[in-house]
Design a protein around this ligand. Structure first.
Ligand code: XUL
Ligand code: CO
Length: 462
């Protein structure tokens, strides 16, 4: 069984036998598993039910489904094999023969839509190369993508599942080893542009609500061979052209950039939320793009879990969230399912505060552990994460409704509501005035930050 290899060429090899039963249009991929029910009184070991996520339950004026906008990602859940640098695939799916053929791609897609439907999520996401194999030429690759997009459209219509976002894989193929939009070779820049052009067209056809750019190899390993200013100028031109083409074809989805500080590049240009916001503002692109924040990337950048979500939102730039988590005791992108309710409550506090995520959502850019080999584990992982976020939504709503945090934070900044503070806040104070104020008023009294008081309040809610 070969592993997921987006770079492997050709779609002409013949499928191995034994998979024909899954080729039928009405094939069942998850036999014995029905639609996951809401069962609030379920016991601890009943993990194939929702105990908190009740899509129609109204919280602060909207249904849970409207607030949470869950999405399943195709790459981890239907292309992940569990292979790692030390071992072979462990996640062998009965419908997947491991080949990079079109019939295997169709089987995976049908399995995907059965999974989304049984799980009860309304959205999915994909990279162009996850769903359709690369051909020997760009023309053949585009034909493959079109053919699979036809099937995706049919399955979307049949199930009502919608596309949260699409993205181009500009990092797996060897041609992109030195980057795509920041590549030192213009012909590779051109190839990447052609790939994104096609993917934008497919995204439009499938009604994608957003389009994501993750700068997989947009960065450098050594400054000895890199012109960092030229590379970022080129990258900005790449984004400008994408935004122009989006408008030209009438694609209305939001363009999103997903920050990540490292992996695979030693340093990536889209390091974290503030770096991306500064980049977009520097190049005059901040009205055309928003951010897709992935908390595992945030923690890799050395920040707290919810830092980038809060930072992007504070600047009106939070578009969507790749809701996953790292392992706090490991230093890499483990893409685990988010099960920590305190973390997800912090995210949902920001989401409530900004009035929702739409047209973005909570996309599970997560993979089951390579040891979680049952088909049921695919469900349990998503159910557990969805329940965490449903609980988080309820906690965040209670925090907002009771307003205790808001009141305490407001008090902390109350000196800015009148007098000299108000002048600072409004930007009308001067250094001379502040010197005079300080001389007249003497040494100020520093107030306690009361971190433990706030942490204890948080524990009351979670
Ligand atoms: C990689 C990652 C990507 C993006 C989409 O770390 O998060 O899967 O979400 O390219
Ligand atoms: Co991601």
């Amino acid at each position: 069984m070969s592993s997921f290899a987006p770079e492997s060429k050709g779609s002409g090899s013949t499928d191995s036998s034994g998979y024909q039963e899954f080729d039928k249009a009405d094939a069942t991929f998850f036999a014995g598993i029905g639609k996951i029910p809401f069962k609030p009184d379920a016991g601890p070991a009943e993990t194939m039910v929702y105990k908190h996520y009740n899509p129609t339950q109204v919280v602060m004026g909207r249904t849970m489904e409207e607030w949470l906008r869950f999405s399943v990602c195709f790459w981890h859940t239907f292309r992940g094999t569990g292979a790692d640098p030390f071992g072979f695939p462990t996640l062998i799916r009965p419908w997947d023969d491991g080949s990079n053929t079109m019939s295997n791609a169709r089987r995976r897609l049908r399995a995907g839509f059965e999974f989304f439907t049984k799980l009860g999520v309304k959205y999915w996401t994909f990279h162009d190369r996850d769903i359709a194999p690369e051909g020997a030429t760009l023309e053949e690759t585009n034909r493959n993508l079109d053919e699979i997009a036809d099937l995706a459209l049919e399955l979307q219509k049949k199930t009502g599942v919608k596309l949260l976002w699409a993205t181009s894989n500009l990092f797996a193929h060897p041609r992109y080893m030195n980057g795509a939009g920041s590549n030192p070779d213009a012909s590779i820049f051109a190839y990447a542009a052609a790939q994104v052009k096609k993917c934008l067209e497919v995204a439009k056809r499938l009604g994608a609500e957003n389009f994501v750019f993750w700068g997989g190899r947009e960065g450098y390993h050594t400054l000895l061979n890199t012109d960092i200013l030229q590379e970022q100028n080129h990258l900005a031109n790449f984004f400008r052209m994408a935004s122009e083409y989006k408008k030209k074809i009438g694609f209305t989805g939001t363009l999103l950039i997903e920050p990540k500080p490292k992996e695979p590049s030693k340093h990536q240009y889209d390091y974290d939320a503030m770096t991306v916001i500064a980049f977009l503002k520097t190049y005059g692109l901040d009205k055309e793009f928003k951010l897709n924040i992935e908390p595992n990337h945030t923690t890799l950048a050395g920040h707290g879990y919810e830092h980038d979500v809060a930072m992007a939102s504070a600047f009106g730039m939070l578009g969507s969230v790749d809701s996953n988590t790292g392992s706090p005791d490991l230093g890499w992108d483990t893409d685990q399912f988010p099960m920590d309710i305190k973390n997800s409550t912090q995210v949902m506090r920001v989401v409530l505060e900004q009035g929702g995520l739409a047209p973005g959502g909570l996309n599970f850019d997560c993979k089951v552990r390579r040891e979680s080999t049952n088909l049921k584990d695919m469900f349990i992982s998503h159910i557990g994460a969805m329940d965490s976020f449903a609980r988080a939504l309820k906690c965040a709503a209670k925090i907002k409704e009771e307003g205790v945090f808001a009141k305490h934070v407001e008090e902390r900044y109350s000196s800015y509501r009148s007098g000299i503070g108000q002048k600072i806040d409004q930007g009308t104070a001067t250094f001379e005035e502040l010197e005079k104020y300080t001389m007249e008023n003497g040494e100020p009294t520093a107030a306690s930050g009361q971190q433990e008081h706030y942490e204890t309040m948080m524990n009351y809610y979670v």
